[in-house]
Design a protein around this ligand. Structure first.
Ligand code: IMP
Length: 503
């Protein structure tokens, strides 16, 4: 007969934290949110990679491209660039993050001179950016022919089919700078000429990037920025258990700082083989996480196979229908606590601490605090990050509300068959979907939202008497809440003035 676990599995919303004594120095400024994310001999050496806030973005087409990688690393977290794309384009995204220079932005809104005002307005609606580069081939690095900003046209006067060449500010009227200029020199030119943006071009007049006046303050103050020894941003990348012999070398050559095997079920011999291959080729020089698992057996298997961290969670993702389709998974809170206990046991046995990442199912900000309190060393989020300007998907107006697209890697749209691979010889096939294609409410800039979420996390940690994540895990006291007390936790028995759901 099948083995039945004694306890039912639970999820985050079924728990609350009970406060501990808050001491006078338990203030939000004194809270350190940094966390070690790769295996180390705790107490004897430091982990080779720590992040400054305990959040990483999901290995998904709709979440983690180079734009998200740059924005999140600048805020102290880390993105794992999605693996369900060609090796070349994934390596290219990694390279873009590593080459990024603060303040120098790759133009994401570009047209050819033959495009029309209607095209310009469509791009503006999609990206939310009003500065559009006009290049010979319409790409971000083509020969610069001009710039269009909202000062160049009047919607009431300029016809929608007017070609861009007729109303753009042409190159010979533009203030621009040559590649090699530093940020402070670029800002001086912006102030001197009272302009809002400065295009940077190379010797062939090809566009290299833009410096924007509005970014000036932002670039001065990024205390959490996650940098390597060469002051480049740190970035991760997803891999799979099929083409790792070519993908891993390409990603390492592109500069990826850490890899993660992306799979819905990590308790497999394929993950063991992939980790084994990486260790044979690179020893410990390449950092690689594995997953996903939901119990002690899965954790021990991957930790034993050499994973630098282990990712936890099956079926809890917002776009995930794995539990419905296959009947596989476990409530995310129970999974995190079971794997955290296994990690601690592993540490007692071996002296090696293998961090764990809670992946998926974060709905409210307080779920982040719960996941950490339950033992997660860091958290992976998809839906949360998909809502921001920096995610790669389109922003659309649906029924009067701005939304962003968000689809699962197991949906027909992403067709990431490697993630759901069961080793069949018939590679490239997905017999059924394990994810949906959806919208999420658009939420603006990543930094603004992260600041609020991390402020809540700091505040919760203060209430629990913890100044860092390790002590939070040690001190946290959690209680299971009844369904009636969950109702009590929201606003109730009042007539709310604005009906809004708080994130
Ligand atoms: P979220 O933060 O709740 O949106 O969950 C994101 C996580 O869901 C990802 O990091 C993946 O582990 C998982 N995921 C991504 N795509 C799919 C899918 O199509 N089906 C099931 N799980 C998925």
């Amino acid at each position: 007969m099948a083995m039945i676990f004694e306890q039912e599995s639970r999820t985050f919303s079924e728990y609350l934290l009970v406060p501990n004594l808050t001491t006078r120095d338990n203030t939000p400024e004194n809270v350190d949110l940094s966390t070690a994310i790769v295996r180390y001999r705790k107490g004897k050496e430091a982990s080779r990679l720590s992040i400054n806030i305990p959040l990483v973005s999901a290995i998904m087409q709709a979440v983690s491209d180079d734009g998200m990688g740059i924005a999140l690393s600048r805020s102290g977290g880390l993105s794992f660039i999605y693996a369900s794309q060609s090796i070349d384009s994934q390596a290219d995204m990694v390279r873009k993050v590593k080459k990024y220079k603060a303040g120098f932005v790759t133009s994401d809104s570009n047209v050819t001179p033959d495009a029309t005002l209607a095209d310009v307005l469509a791009i503006k609606a999609r990206t939310g950016h009003s500065t559009i580069a006009v290049t010979a081939d319409g790409t971000a690095n083509g020969r610069l022919l001009g710039i269009v900003t909202s000062r160049d046209y009047r919607i009431s006067r300029t016809l929608p089919d007017t070609p861009v060449r007729d109303f753009m500010t042409p190159f010979d009227h533009l203030v621009f700078a040559r590649e090699g200029i530093n940020l402070s020199e670029a800002n001086d030119i912006i102030w001197e000429h009272k302009i809002n943006q400065l295009p940077i071009v190379n010797d062939q007049d090809e566009l290299v990037g833009m410096v924007f006046r509005k970014d000036y303050d932002e670039h001065k103050d990024n205390p959490e920025e996650l940098l390597d020894d060469h002051k480049r941003l740190i970035v991760g990348a997803g891999i799979n258990t099929r083409d790792y012999e070519t993908r891993v070398p390409a990603l390492i050559a592109a500069g990826a700082d850490i890899l993660c095997i992306d799979s819905s079920d990590g308790f497999t011999e394929w993950q063991h083989e992939t980790l084994g291959w990486i260790r044979r080729q690179y020893g410990d020089a390449v950092l690689v996480g594995a997953g996903n698992v939901v119990d002690a057996e899965g954790f021990r298997f991957l930790a034993g196979a050499g994973a630098d961290f282990v990712k936890v969670g099956i079926g809890g993702g917002s776009i995930c229908i794995t539990r419905e389709q296959k009947g596989i998974g476990c409530g995310q809170a129970s999974a995190v606590m079971a794997v955290a206990a296994a990690r601690d046991q592993w540490f007692r046995e071996t002296g090696v601490y293998v961090p764990i990442c809670s992946d998926g199912g974060i709905v409210y900000d307080y779920h982040m605090s719960l996941a950490l309190a339950m033992g997660a060393d860091f958290i992976m989020l998809g839906r949360y990050f998909a809502r921001f300007d920096e995610s790669p998907t389109r922003r659309l107006l649906v029924n009067g509300t701005y939304v962003k697209e968000y689809w699962g890697e197991g949906s027909n749209r992403a067709r990431n068959w490697q993630r759901y691979d069961e080793g069949s010889a018939e590679a490239g096939k997905m017999a059924f979907e394990e994810g949906v294609d959806s919208y999420v409410p658009y939420a603006g800039k990543l930094k603004d939202n992260l600041d609020v979420s991390t402020a809540k996390l700091r505040s919760t940690m203060c209430a629990c008497g913890a100044k860092n994540i390790v002590s939070f895990q040690e001190k946290a006291r959690l209680v299971v809440v009844s369904s009636t007390s969950i109702v009590e936790g929201g606003a109730h028995d009042v007539i709310q003035k604005e009906s809004e759901r708080r994130p």
